[in-house]
Design a protein around this ligand. Structure first.
Ligand code: ADP
Ligand code: TYD
Length: 208
């Protein structure tokens, strides 16, 4: 039988510490001798990274929520074909900073109820979930101030304000209740190392 890897995703509001924790988990797994592919969305493959620029740069009203669903799913399809599926087929562990749960929350609930459209397109074009999803839960005010502390061009989604951050946080917690078999909520309001230790312990248990 072909080797089959494990697909782990990190989700949560902007500034919750996903990128930090994804990197620390990849380091932990590599130190244990595992083969890891660390990746991110939107992006994670050359074509998907081009779509990332279309999505994250420019005016906040550049795209409608519906067009965003199509663009994020197009980027995800490229990411799946070029990066995720080959790595899993080779038996590697894929650690992705965001996956479809971000589309379910950002495009699915923040500008009207578009969740059915997100799910329909996902089942048509992607057709798989992560095996294990860490939802890094975080006080929305703290997340916003952490995210704003970074400078860059990718600010299309960072002008949400605290009420929207709160709505998104609730959206991620609702997804954790909806998908209890794969989702684990992690308290992100702690020191990085404490968060990383819990993530590593849960991952090690999953891999055994
Ligand atoms: P995300 O990918 O969820 O947007 P990042 O991992 O980029 O979050 O973290 C956002 C900012 O907060 C970064 O400057 C990072 O160094 C910092 N940070 C991440 N985790 C913690 C933590 N547990 N405590 C304090 N600061 C943190
Ligand atoms: P990311 O680079 O992970 O930003 P951050 O480190 O601030 O969390 O993601 C960029 C933005 O894209 C982020 O604001 C969330 C948004 N996004 C969506 O709206 N839908 C999606 O499907 C994905 C993957 C990201």
């Amino acid at each position: 039988m072909a080797a089959q890897g494990v697909f782990i995703s990190f989700e949560g509001i902007d500034g919750s510490g996903k990128s930090t924790q994804a990197r620390l988990l990849a380091d932990h797994l590599r130190a244990a001798g595992r083969q890891v592919v660390a990746t991110r969305e939107p992006g994670g493959a050359p074509g998907a990274e081009e779509i990332r620029r279309l999505l994250l740069e420019g005016a906040p009203d550049r795209w409608s929520a519906e067009t965003e669903i199509l663009l994020f799913t197009a980027a995800r399809r490229d990411h799946l074909e070029r990066t995720i599926a080959p790595a899993l087929a080779a038996g590697r562990i894929v650690v992705s900073d965001r996956f479809v749960d971000s589309t379910r929350v950002y495009q699915g609930i923040t500008r009207g109820d578009l969740r059915d459209k997100v799910d329909a397109l996902h089942s048509l074009m992607i057709g798989r979930e992560a095996d294990l999803t860490f939802i890094i839960d975080m006080d929305p005010g703290l997340g916003l101030s952490r995210a704003r502390g970074r400078n860059g061009h990718e600010e299309r989604f960072e002008d949400f304000g605290e009420p929207m951050q709160r709505q998104m946080r609730d959206g991620f917690l609702a997804l954790a209740r909806e998908f209890p078999d794969r989702c684990v909520v992690i308290d992100g309001n702690r020191a990085m190392d404490a968060v990383a230790a819990e993530v590593a312990q849960i991952t090690d248990r999953h891999l055994r």
